[in-house]
Write a new protein. Sequence first.
Length: 239
Amino acid sequence: MPMSVTEGIGTIKEKGLHASLKAHYCGPDGKMEKEIGNYVCDAQRGDGELIEVQTGNFAPVQEKFISLAHISRVRIVHPIVVSRVIDLFDKEGNRVRIRRSPKKGTQWDLFRVIVGTPRLALTPNLIIEVVFVEEKQTRIANGCGSWRRGGVSIVERDLISIGQSFLLEGAESFRRFLPYGLEEHFGTAELAKACSIRPDLARKVLYVLSRMGLIQPAGKRGNAKLYRESPQKNVPVTY
């Protein structure tokens, strides 16, 4: 029996990607929706670590993250979707089709959400965990969504599975994003080619790494800015 649009959205919202990750990282001994100071955290683990699941841009909540890090250790969990199933319904709630999206996220997508907060990861007592996930995205062809999707609205994102993850703590942990074999002096074009990413994303990577002090200006080649890797600093990093 096809679900109604209203019933479907309400049911799905209780099982969203954010809620599932929050419960997973909270653990059996933790508490969800924990009040800490002037904020409400997604969860607090049994060991006291605070969990914040951030699926979008970090900039709007940067102040919250920094404030919480003055109180307790904070883990920002950022999911990157490496596999997506799209479940499309019409506005009456009838399934139109279900398919797997050809788009696959990579670790480089992190820079799309942290470019507005390039030094947040330098905050003491704060770590970022990037986790690769598979999700189901439920959409409704109601004419109210983005023009890029032809007016189709995304009504929910459900977690299917959790894959590998890696931790970032302090500037030195971001050195992993400088690929082996990169030229001594490099710019947007060289990084984009070495990492198989688009030039616009490569520019975001260079901006963040430069603000962290991992790379420094090295002149120009024509109109293109060049950088070189900064000397490694003796900063403890947790993986």
